[in-house]
Every structure is written in C-alpha cells, then in structure tokens.
Design a protein around this ligand. Structure first.
Ligand code: NAP
Ligand code: ZN
Length: 349
C-alpha cells in the first residue's frame, strides 16, 4: 500500500489516503517518488473547477523519483535510475498523433496521470502526491540534472513541456520578439526557456512585485499589464505571445500587441471563459489565437535534455504534504515564487 494526499470531495481539504498501485507488468516501471510539483491544474481539478473530477482525487503530474523495479520487457530503465513522469501515463500508440509522437493529442484520448480512466481501483488514475507510482515505460522520462537539483526539475515535467512545446512550434528563437503572460509556475519557466532559445523576451505580469524577478529570470523587458502606457509601447510588435494566465481575462490587450501574422497561444485554462475577443484585431493583422496542450513524450525528453544542457530548473518553494491546501490558497492569490514542490518524504511523518 502507498501513502498519498488527496481529496474525497471538491469541498474537502486534502488528507492522507492509502492507495494501491498495480504490480509492475512486463512493460511497467515502478517508481519511488521523491518530489512532486504543484500545478494550477491540480487545484482546478481537485476543487472541481473544470467539472468531471473523479473522487477520491490524488493530483500531481510533475513527478521525479527513482526506479525500484522494472518489468521483464523494459530495457531502457534500470533499478536506481532517476526518472520523471509528467501529465500522461498512457495512450493508444497507434493513431496518427501517437505515431507522430504527439500522444497528448491521441485520437482515443490519452490517459492523464490523474483523473483518467484505468482498470485498477478506484477506476481512475491517481497522481504523484504519493509515495510511488507504476507507469508504462513509454511514458517515463530520463532525468540527467545533478542530484541536488531534482526538486527543481520536477516542475519541468508539466510547466516545462507545456511552455517548451508551443515555443518550439511557433519558432521562438533569435530575431523573434516573444511575450510571456503570467509569471507563475508555467510563465517563469517559459521566460527561461524562451531566453535560452535566443528570443527577445518580454514578461507580462499583473504583479508589480514580480518586476525585478522577471528580469532575473531572463526577461529582456517587463511590462506590468495593468499599466496602459506600458502596454501601448509594444503595440503591433510581437511575433508570438504565450498566455499562461489561470483566470478569465481580456485577450484583446494582447492580440493588439501582435504584429502581422503574429500568434497569441493560450495554455492557461481558466474555470470561466475569457470575454469574446475582438475579431477586428485578428482580421486587421492576419493575427491568430491558438491553444496548445502539454507536449509529446519524445519532446518532453528533448525539453529535459535542453534544460540540463542550459542549466534550467524551476524556482521552487518546498512544502510538506500537509501544506498543500495552504499552497493552493497562495497559488490562487498569485503568491508563488514560482512553483511549490512537495517533499514526498514528509508523508512518512
Ligand atoms: P500559476 O502558477 O497560478 O500562475 C498563473 C499566473 O497567472 C499567476 O501567477 C499570475 O501571474 C497570473 N494571473 C493569475 N490570476 C490572474 C488574473 N486574474 N489576471 C491576470 N493574470 C493572472 O498557474 P500555472 O500552474 O502556471 O498554470 C497556469 C494555467 O495553465 C492554469 O490554468 C493551468 O491549469 C494551465 N495549464 C495548462 C496546461 C496545458 O497543457 N495547456 C498545462 C499545465 C497547466 P502574474 O502575477 O505575473 O500576473
Ligand atoms: Zn500541470
């Protein structure tokens, strides 16, 4: 049996639960979890903000740990390896997106690390706020960062790939002006990634208190988006803007900053819709509004390797397992610098 932290209803605090994990099958990797990041998606899900939450709900999809057992057909991993698990634990492996390495868009529906249907009890997947997990080897990532950085690597498994994938898809790089909206868990990693890719990076924040940090994180410029004059100075100048905001807000403020053919890509998924954007802004500059979901497994490995090579990790604040509810409250107030990570060893206490 495995200790986990989860909720039994949307209006209940998280509590320590005992869950069962399957015995590793021929293609499975069993992992003792050391660290799990706290993503805003965990909060949206466990509090029922998106609807469709299955209880008991054990969130967590930013997992780093060590391999404790492997199935007989597993050749890429050995006991003792440091590994990661992100937002997916299975997919059909045969549809066109899966064949293309974009399992997140699996036509049959990928299995999310938590709140996805599965055969084992309780009938849905349970995530990384737990002491161990068993995962199909195709969904396990190799971690090569130094041991002392592993807690700060955990957030890369969601915040990292969710920002790396669109930055690559829309070709952030030298000569490109890239905006990152919302300097939270996803946004602060996005600033580091876009800078390492060679783009000119502008951070947009609603928090005056994050201005200095955004520069330290690697932004070339910072705009406090509540300040109209600061915003207007960037009108029509961006190739690409990545919006990570977790709450409903006006998109027009950002589409107006795009230049001809520029794209505003949304990764934040608020519980309430954004006000309908002004279509005139799109027509007048052939601008696009797009969306993007995490990234494929091969691309997640590429992102981890890129981050190891460039010395990129998240800025983290370690918390105990019994501090998750408090962390959610702070996350709702944008009071995170810049990702909470659960020290899973505190579940023993
Ligand atoms: P987070 O750490 O809470 O950061 C969100 C940031 O958005 C905040 O720090 C804040 O930054 C800004 N913000 C919050 N409320 C705002 C408001 N009312 N108006 C304007 N800005 C506001 O959240 P996260 O973990 O980065 O996740 C962000 C969103 O992405 C969530 O909705 C999450 O579910 C979603 N997500 C999507 C994917 C995907 O595959 N598409 C993957 C993971 C997460 P400032 O203080 O700088 O303004
Ligand atoms: Zn996430």
């Amino acid at each position: 049996m495995t200790k986990a932290y989860g909720a039994t209803a949307a209006d209940r605090p998280l509590e320590q639960l005992t869950i069962a994990r399957r015995a590793p099958g021929a293609h499975d990797v069993a992992i003792a979890i050391d660290y799990c990041g706290v993503c805003h998606s965990d909060l949206h899900t466990v509090r029922g903000e998106w609807g469709g939450t299955l209880f008991p709900c054990v969130p967590g999809h930013e997992i780093v740990g060590r391999v404790t057992a492997v199935g007989e057909h597993v050749s890429d991993f050995s006991v003792g390896d440091v590994v990661g698990v992100g937002c997916m634990v299975d997919s059909c492996q045969t549809c066109a997106p899966c064949e293309a390495g974009e399992e997140q868009y699996c036509e049959a529906g990928m299995t999310p690390t938590y709140n996805g249907s599965c055969e084992e009890a309780p009938g849905h997947t349970l995530g990384g706020y737990s002491q161990d997990i068993v995962v199909n080897d195709k969904f396990v990532l190799k971690v090569t960062h130094p041991t002392e950085q592993l807690a700060a690597v955990a957030p890369l498994l969601c915040a990292g790939i969710t920002t790396y994938s669109p930055l690559r898809h829309w070709q952030a790089g030298p000569g490109k002006k890239v905006g990152i909206v919302g300097i939270g868990g996803l946004g602060h990693v996005a600033v580091k990634l876009a800078k390492a890719m060679g783009a000119h990076v502008v951070a947009f924040t609603t928090s005056e208190s994050k201005r200095e940090d955004a520069l330290r994180l690697g932004a070339d410029e910072v705009v406090v988006s509540r300040n109209g004059d600061e915003m207007a100075a960037h009108t029509g100048s961006f190739d690409f803007i990545l919006d990570t905001v977790a709450a409903s807000h006006q998109l027009d403020a950002f589409t107006g900053l795009l230049k001809l053919d520029g794209t505003l890509t949304l990764v934040g998924l608020p519980d309430a819709p954004h006000p309908s954007p002004n279509i005139g802004y799109l027509i007048m500059g052939r601008r696009s509004i797009a969306g993007s979901l995490i990234g494929g497994i091969a691309e997640t490995q590429e992102m981890l390797d890129f981050c190891a090579e460039h010395g990129i990790t998240a800025d983290v604040e370690m918390i105990r397992a019994d501090g998750i509810d408090e962390a959610y409250e702070r996350m709702k107030r944008s009071d995170v610098k810049y990702r909470f990570v659960i020290d899973i060893a505190t579940m023993d206490a």
